[in-house]
Write a protein that binds this ligand. Sequence first.
Ligand SMILES: Cc1ncc(COP(=O)(O)O)c(C=O)c1O
Length: 117
Amino acid sequence: RELRGVPVGDTEALERELARPDSRMLLLCSPHNPTGRVWTEKELTDFRELAERHGATVVSDEIHADLTADGHRHVPWSRIAEPGRGRGWALITSGTKAFNFPALSGSYGIIGDPDER
Ligand SMILES: Cc1ncc(COP(=O)(O)O)c(C=O)c1O
């Protein structure tokens, strides 16, 4: 796999990368690390529409979901993806950041579609 990054919040660059024929997955960091940016529901919906338009699977890393600052609300990808699209997404996360126990033992994934799961 080739990982291609785009500047945080640069939707045009994101669309350009997703439009490439070999782009298959949008790996989202939500909330974003290291900037701490908590994506709004509107921004996340825009990401979903971009991914749908270009046929990209979305994998949303939400490991920092419990650590948002006051005044910010984390919106899980499962809420953005459903009911718009039952397939083509995974939410991966862990209790490790909020509760400070590193490594894979606390990790889990939520995948809406039973076949993809
Ligand atoms: C966004 C993000 N996802 C996943 C991980 C992996 O977490 P862990 O230390 O529980 O393996 C990290 C660790 O820094 C992270 O920043």
